[in-house]
Design a binder for this molecule. Structure first.
Ligand SMILES: Cc1ncc(COP(=O)(O)O)c(C=O)c1O
Length: 390
């Protein structure tokens, strides 16, 4: 496993290669000089999955590992990619500005509040590096998406993990109670990956208003487009109010752009300036991706349709789990967590033998499975395989 490449290390190495010249030179040196054992800490959670991926049948019946959206990208995005090819020998400064401008106009912000990148991952990682410099701490939930926290640790941060509430939500009161003079950043994933829960929007807004006076708060809204009313849940309004927070968004989920790579953060211009030294930001984006994003951004009919299909597949999964006598955490995203009745790694391996890729987690001492929501034929393949094991 020592030299295995997983999705995250691939993204990381691509970002490093593409943005290498613009990265703070100390960062590159630090990563290059890092002992293998230390860099491996980043991928620990993915090792079991990686082993399974390597033994995966060449054609999966259901690819339910990575919370991708198999209903995207939209036809308009695909056409824009094809149409962009003739001019793809040109740099795309104007188009990236146009995309940032389009997002800013939709949100009622200025272009200087937006920073684009090849997916949101490089921006999560830049924030980890910047705000945890000098041994500062990162506070987050246990269990949550670990990209930002694990990068902070890699760069010398102290990790403070706060247990989830009984209903598997991030515990904002307990997180706030942990803030001290050494806190560098708080990471809130909302909806949270892997539990797919959301915190109360008004409570989170009030939390940010108070806590952002003491430390940086990072709100990861990768899955917010799956909510009934993202506008009432987003924390972008708190950015508009001038608060010291960062909101990240990605085209990788409901827009179906995971392979195209496009994401962004919304923050105060000074924050954007501070983070811009960690990579070349929109300079990592390709003309095809930017053309597709310009065509797809807020493309209401497509997004509505993809979301409706996701919800239909999710309802089918709920019914399957119920029928087999399993509980699950009600989901506000395109994945569902449920507690297993067998060893997690064994379960994932058995599902994989049947052509169905899912992930396992240890949470509160219990083995859990996270199933991404796919097309209906994929959920049927999940159900067929699951019935043989449950
Ligand atoms: C919560 C969360 N944030 C960020 C990302 C990174 O997405 P991307 O780099 O594709 O924008 C993911 C990917 O799965 C995620 O689950």
């Amino acid at each position: 496993m020592a030299n295995s490449i997983n999705r995250r290390t691939w993204i990381k190495s691509s970002a490093l290669m593409a943005g290498g010249l613009a990265l703070a030179s100390g960062t590159v040196d630090k990563l290059a000089a890092m002992p293998v054992a230390k860099t491996q800490r980043l991928i620990t959670n993915f090792e079991a999955e990686q082993e399974i991926m390597q033994s995966a049948p060449p054609v999966l019946k259901a690819r339910l590992f990575f919370n991708e959206n198999p209903f995207g990208p939209s036809p308009a995005a695909k056409k824009a990619i094809t149409d962009s090819l003739d001019l793809s020998y040109q740099y795309i400064f104007a188009q990236t500005g146009q995309l940032a401008g389009k997002i800013a106009a939709y949100e009622g912000l200025k272009q200087s509040n937006i920073m684009l990148s090849s997916g949101s991952s490089p921006l999560l990682e830049a924030a980890a590096m910047h705000y945890c410099k000098g041994g500062k701490s990162v506070i987050t939930g246990e269990t949550t998406y670990d990209d930002l926290p694990s990068h902070a640790v890699l760069h010398g941060a102290k990790l403070v993990k706060v247990p989830l509430t009984k209903d598997y939500k991030l515990d904002l009161d307990a997180i706030e109670a942990k803030v001290d003079d050494n806190t560098g950043i708080i990471y809130i994933c909302n909806p949270n990956n892997p539990t797919a829960t959301v915190v109360d929007a008004e409570k989170l807004k009030a939390f940010c208003e108070r806590v952002s006076k003491k430390t940086m708060v990072f709100i990861d809204e990768a899955y917010i487009d799956y909510l009934d009313d993202p506008k009432s849940t987003t924390l972008i309004g708190n950015v508009k109010a001038g608060q010291n927070i960062i909101v990240s968004r990605t085209f990788s989920k409901l827009y179906g752009f995971a392979g195209l790579r496009c994401g962004y953060i919304v923050a105060q211009p000074a924050t954007i300036g501070a983070l811009s030294i960690y990579g070349s930001g929109s300079g990592n984006l390709s003309s095809a991706t930017v053309a597709a994003a310009l065509a797809a951004y807020q493309e209401t009919d497509f997004l509505k349709d993809a979301r409706a299909k996701t919800i239909a597949s999710r309802d089918f999964l709920y019914a399957t789990l119920k029928k087999e006598g399993y509980d699950y955490i009600p989901s506000s995203a395109n994945f569902v967590m449920f507690p297993l009745k067998m060893d997690g790694a064994k379960f994932v391996g058995e599902m994989m033998k049947r052509g169905v890729g899912v992930r396992n987690w240890k949470m509160n001492g219990t083995d859990w499975c996270r199933v991404s929501i796919g097309r209906m034929d994929e959920m049927e393949a999940f159900a067929d395989a699951f019935k043989q094991l449950s």
